[in-house]
Design a protein around this ligand. Sequence first.
Ligand code: AMP
Ligand code: MG
Length: 350
Amino acid sequence: MRTKTAIAAIIILLISALVSCGSATRDSFTLFSMDTFLDITLWNPKNAEESKTACETEANRLENLLSATIDTSDVSAINSAGLSPTAVSRETAVCVSTATKINELTSGAYDVTVAPLVNLWDIAHPSENWAPPADDEIVSAMALCGGKLAVTGSDGSYSVTKSDENTKIDLGGVGKGYACGALSELFASRGENGFLSYGGNVAVFGKKPDGSAFSVGVKDPFDPSSLTGKLSIRSGIVAVSGGYERYVDYNGKRYHHIIDPATGYPSESDLASAGIWVSVSSPEAGAAADALSTACFVLGAEKSMELYDSEEFKNYAKSLGCEFGFLFIKADGTLVMTDNISEIYTTFEK
Ligand code: AMP
Ligand code: MG
């Protein structure tokens, strides 16, 4: 068995590098948070040290609310709750209500109650003698999924109520997008300009020194150490999901980390990767893009494009005040994208 995860589960890395680029200065650093690397680049930083510290504090604060593996998190409180409402932070309430909305829009392809299946498959931190779960274990875990979550509250007081006390949630497909938006707002409020990359999500904030668009590289899902193209964006967040991010190879078959709630198995759509651009770098928009990238990877190209064209989706985008764009790389290597993406996407020659 060969295992590969994107993560060496160790320490917080704080690497700082100052690179000169013409008259502009570029300061890059890396943190480890939410079980993945968080890479930040600031152009001509206003106050790099203070911005780094503020970013690290905020990333840790969000992880402490949203992680399913931290006992004191909001997510652990929801998971151990019965049918009574669980008091949660605004951040958790936004992630859960975004997850619920994307669940409805995607007919259940995105479902944070898939946690029992995610834990059963254990792709993120597989053991040395990992093997796929047995069919009856999958059926038992599926029986625990699919519960409903009601989010109520406003102005600082929020709660989540489960329809089934066995329901457990995993915000792994939405929390990093939320955090991407939150951290980008934090940097923008400090007058910083740059971009950050957080486990498959990239957010840009402020402006590049020369006023040009930011280039966001799109990984080649068939060779993730290289890029297959780039998106030129002036604002927003790009979230990408793919089977290449975390997986286990076992007896010649690849098992990745995105579960199709309808089958209980790693999804098998026609996509190698699903990329979502949202025009705004806010926590709400980032959460939506992140959840959508996971959902579209499960749905496949055709159903995702139908979603994009639906009135419900257009109304959702309007309610968020955002424009979305979809960029899919199919398993056969062909590209499918919305019109607004074809204007800003460039394929690299190989
Ligand atoms: P992402 O890398 O954003 O696509 O998120 C993948 C993560 O979301 C997985 O590692 C799981 O924690 C979780 N997850 C897996 N399948 C689903 C699903 N169908 N709906 C919601 N979350 C999922
Ligand atoms: Mg996601």
